[in-house]
Design a binder for this molecule. Sequence first.
Ligand code: FAD
Ligand code: HEM
Length: 404
Amino acid sequence: MLDEKTIAVIKSTVPVLEVHGTAITTRFYERMFTSHPELLNIFNHANQKQGRQQTALANAVYAAAQHIDQLESILPAVKRIAHKHRSLGIRPEHYPIVGQHLLAAIQEVLGDAATEEILEAWAAAYGVIASVFISVEADMYKESEEQAGGWGDFRPFIVKRKERESEVITSFYLVPQDGGQLAAFEPGQYVSIKLAIPGEANTHIRQYSLSDAPAKPYYRISVKREEAVGDRPAGKVSVFLHQQVEEGDVLMLSAPAGDFTLDQKDDKPVVLLSGGVGLTPMISMLNTLADSGTDRAVTFIHAAQHGDVHAMRGHVEDVVRSNPRFSVYWCYERPTERDRREAAFHKEGFVDLEWLIHTAGNRESSFYFCGPTPFMKKVRDSLLAWGVEDKNIHYEFFGPAGSL
Ligand SMILES: Cc1cc2nc3c(=O)[nH]c(=O)nc-3n(C[C@H](O)[C@H](O)[C@H](O)COP(=O)(O)OP(=O)(O)OC[C@H]3O[C@@H](n4cnc5c(N)ncnc54)[C@H](O)[C@@H]3O)c2cc1C
Ligand code: HEM
């Protein structure tokens, strides 16, 4: 444990580091990738380019430092990150590398302000924070390796079936190449896929939520093709999966991970809200609730741009038809002429508080949602304005977690 003096130094320098947060982490990545180019096989280059990972890592280090004398209070946040780390194959030997380059970057950016005392305090604090992560992750690796059908790093899966769900979303049904058992998972969890794209220097790892209920003879992921728009390049992994990966091909998968999961012991009504491809974990939850024969009321609310890019509509309507306590509502941002002719949607525009109250009905429900960040912000703000308790609000980011 750290002594009081070290804790005082850490707490007094957090605000200074916050000011330089992004400069330090940006420099840290530059240094680290220069001396350890093999780590480019693990990190997401698009997140790097857009500065998203820099912000996430900086925030996490300062949050941890701020709570250095009571790290147990940030354990839920540590666990969420640790799930991601475990799915990426981060191991204890990676931590000293990060520590060394983070310290060097702090020294470089702060210049003379980085006294010996400050650097020593931060080295000690990083050691404490890293050991918490390492220990939480060790438990997660153990659990994931020891469970029936489980494994530690990446396992080859065969694409058994590839199925188009909409103009932009395609599902992949995956079975273990070794013919072995599948590990159980919680609805809402994701897997990491590690892809070697011919001609590319590095492998690319991305997360995809499992989009069907557990206990099927396959894992299913459903991927949106991220097209190039203007000077924004096309998405590497999603486009490769759509265009190049065919039935019979092999994909490397992590074991399921993540703490955004449906609480199946809860007996409150459930409201599942999604925007665009954010529907994947919601479909897993919906199917799980339907398979369980639950008597909870379930409301499925989905926002799409219009009917042509609306995935799994028929499936959701079938599930709702066979479960009298389930209901469904569609919100289209820009309905097509056909959507209008067929009265294919319940609301035009965006989800708002009034419509949420109208559709969800009961603010004592458990709310789960996922979608683009502006959608999630609108949903969360609306739920809080309605008086929904924080403990009943659960959401997932399809990227480095930010704040809403
Ligand atoms: C927990 C979790 C679950 C997820 N579940 C799903 C799911 O079920 N289905 C799904 O489809 N996705 C899901 N995602 C998102 C998925 O992991 C990928 O992020 C997504 O498929 C895009 O990856 P990509 O390789 O195609 O795009 P990338 O190459 O990673 O690019 C991502 C975006 O960044 C932009 N970009 C890239 N380089 C630059 C640059 N230099 N400048 C500016 N912009 C740039 C691209 O145009 C693109 O829009 C999930 C993510 C998480 C974290
Ligand atoms: C105590 C030290 C560390 C902290 C506080 C930390 C924090 C974080 C945070 C906050 C995220 C974003 C999680 C999210 O998606 O919401 C993240 C992701 C990640 N971390 Fe760490 N991390 C640490 C150590 C490491 C180490 C040692 C490695 C390996 C070298 C590593 C590799 C990654 C990778 C590859 C990602 C995914 C980023 C991406 O999108 O490319 N981290 N980490």
